[in-house]
Design a protein around this ligand. Structure first.
Ligand code: BDP
Length: 328
């Protein structure tokens, strides 16, 4: 009896030591993705999962769960932070309420275009965001493109800020976007992405805002027939790993995972450029009226109070904003 107990205790202790090792036991990694099959981010994230599974010889077996079936984005961010999920593609919009530094990226009209955004995010300033995220349990390894977001609605073309007045506009979960729509005289409604289609259809909201690929893949274009090119937000997205999952990797496997994230971002950016054009065409072919907003500065100047409020609450981030604005 005594010997049995001893053997048993030794076996348990052995197992603990064994599982604390970094490479001996295969890890099943679950990845969160909000987008459907075939979307650039989905294709890239699936490539990432395949590459790490192959190159680690199955020490990490990664699976992507598409279409947001593992929950809403704000919930998934929390779950990745606490290690219940292992990796994900996150937009920096819903990240802001959790990691205040990332709110800088949600300031309207911050970036002048995708090229400038990539230059910023792939360099020293991007590293600052990664460092802030890492302190909150998320290891961000590379940055995806997310185009620029514009308003669309079921009522009329938006040409000037006054046209937004009184419209109920869905925004992602972030107070900055509520302020942004407020300043245009609209009525901001934070809502999960998955609820927007039905809400547009049943007139719970009049409109929303997004890039062409999401406008199209979510089928919002079927109900919202006016897309107005305001391009008020250019928000980067990450491939993020749960810190707990990252910490459990050997040095060798970390190198494999990092390299896979960088090549996934390359794929995503290439596919993004193609899909953006295709999505716009598909929406227009179905009767969506796309209009260029001629005077974007009218929208831009309405955003001054949004910046002022944000910088008053986060004075240390003013330098980050300036550093981004002065990147050419
Ligand atoms: C898409 C982003 C996705 C967001 C979605 C939204 O890729 O992460 O959840 O917009 O508006 O463009 O919620």
């Amino acid at each position: 009896m005594k010997l049995n107990t001893l053997l048993c205790a030794t076996a348990v202790a052995g197992a603990v030591v064994f599982s604390a090792g970094t490479s001996a036991i295969a890890k099943d990694w679950r990845g969160w993705n909000i987008h459907p099959e075939g979307y650039p981010n989905t294709v890239a994230l699936e490539q990432f999962a395949r590459e790490i599974t192959e190159k680690t010889d199955g020490r990490v077996k990664a699976t992507v769960f598409n279409g947001g079936i593992l929950g809403s984005q704000p919930d998934a961010i929390e779950q990745t932070r606490n290690g219940a999920l292992d990796f994900a593609n996150f937009n920096m919009g819903p990240m802001g309420p959790i990691i205040p530094e990332t709110n800088v990226l949600s300031l309207p009209f911050l970036f002048t275009g995708a090229d400038q955004m990539h230059k910023v995010m792939d360099g020293e300033i991007g590293q600052r965001f990664s460092d802030a995220m890492s302190k909150k349990g998320l290891v961000s390894l590379s940055w995806f493109d997310s185009g620029s977001r514009s308003f669309y609605n079921t009522k009329k073309a938006i040409e000037k800020p006054e046209d937004v007045a009184g419209m109920k506009i869905r925004v992602m979960n972030n107070d900055l976007y509520v302020d942004m729509v407020d300043q245009l005289g609209g009525n901001a409604t934070p809502m999960a992405y998955g609820e927007v289609y039905q809400s547009l259809k049943t007139s719970v909201i009049d409109g929303a805002e997004n890039n062409y690929p999401s406008f199209e893949s979510s089928n919002h274009y079927e109900v919202a027939k006016f897309y107005s090119i305001t391009e008020h937000l250019i928000i980067p997205e990450c491939i993020c790993i749960a810190k707990a999952s990252w910490d459990g990797l050997s040095e060798e496997d970390r190198t494999i995972v990092s390299a896979a994230a960088v090549s996934a971002a390359k794929t995503q950016r290439e596919l993004w450029a193609v899909r953006s054009g295709q999505s716009r065409k598909k929406a227009e072919a179905s009767g969506v009226k796309v209009n260029e907003v001629k005077d974007k500065s009218a929208f831009q100047s309405r955003m001054k109070p949004v910046y002022a409020k944000f910088l008053a609450a986060n004075p240390s981030l003013e330098e980050w904003v300036t550093a981004i604005q002065s990147t050419k």
